[in-house]
Design a protein around this ligand. Structure first.
Ligand code: AMP
Length: 215
């Protein structure tokens, strides 16, 4: 499959993307994951991106397009890809359109995950992440707690709150989403690619997406 996943931070794009990769082997491409890896590695890209990310701001379009232009040409994308967290702005969507047409790639669908705001806020403020870069297991203080002393159940490293998952950063990220990313739904509706999914349970959503793809 060749799809874009749209949805606010905390809508479950990462979880849905992972389940879809299990379905047909398409690769998940998360610009957030790529950027976090660059920050950890201390690369030039990471140094440029960190300040924007910590504030909950978007990283400039030119940096993102540089990443995606090379990523989409890697051999593992031939079978299919699930874009998770990209595009985030209308200019990114326009540039992606040009890039895909240059590469001769046609999108199957744009999946818009629609999740009530209370659920999103609750998910994001209760989420915790293993601090070990090679593990990064996700926890939730209510539904999937780490060990009583805050250690990862898989690798024993400390489980922490991401810098961009404090209440202040989350509020800002949601505002940024409404201003800059939500308009992409209209953009892809006009392109006749948009499909909306009310998404409370990720597994139900994945089943609905599979059905829509096979239609
Ligand atoms: P995510 O994990 O997708 O929520 O991304 C985490 C952070 O990385 C975002 O808050 C942005 O600062 C940055 N980011 C990820 N993807 C993009 C993108 N396509 N455009 C701009 N910034 C991005």
């Amino acid at each position: 499959m060749k799809i874009i996943l749209l949805g606010a931070p905390g809508a479950g794009k990462g979880t849905v993307a992972k389940l879809l990769t299990d379905y047909d082997g398409s690769v998940q491409i998360s610009t957030g994951d790529i950027l976090r890896a660059a920050v950890r590695a201390g690369s030039d890209l990471g140094k440029e991106a960190k300040g924007f990310m910590d504030r909950g701001d978007l990283v400039p379009d030119n940096l993102i397009m540089k990443i995606m232009e090379s990523r989409l040409q890697e051999p593992d994308c031939r079978k299919g890809f699930i874009l998770d967290g990209f595009p985030r702005t209308i200019p990114q969507a326009e540039e992606l359109k040009n890039l895909l047409s240059k590469l001769g790639i046609k999108l199957d669908m744009v999946v818009n995950l629609d999740v009530p705001r209370e659920i999103i806020l609750d998910r994001l403020t209760t989420r915790r992440t293993c601090s070990n870069p090679d593990c990064q297991e996700i926890y939730n203080i209510k539904t999937k707690p780490a060990s009583p002393d805050g250690k990862c159940l898989k690798c024993g490293s400390s489980v922490v709150q991401r810098d961009d998952e404090t209440e202040e950063a989350i509020t800002y990220r949601l505002e940024t989403y409404n201003k800059k990313t939500a308009p992409l739904a209209f953009y892809y509706e006009k392109e006749s690619l948009l499909k909306n999914f009310l998404s409370i349970s990720s597994t139900d959503t994945v089943e609905a997406v599979k059905k829509a793809l096979n239609r």
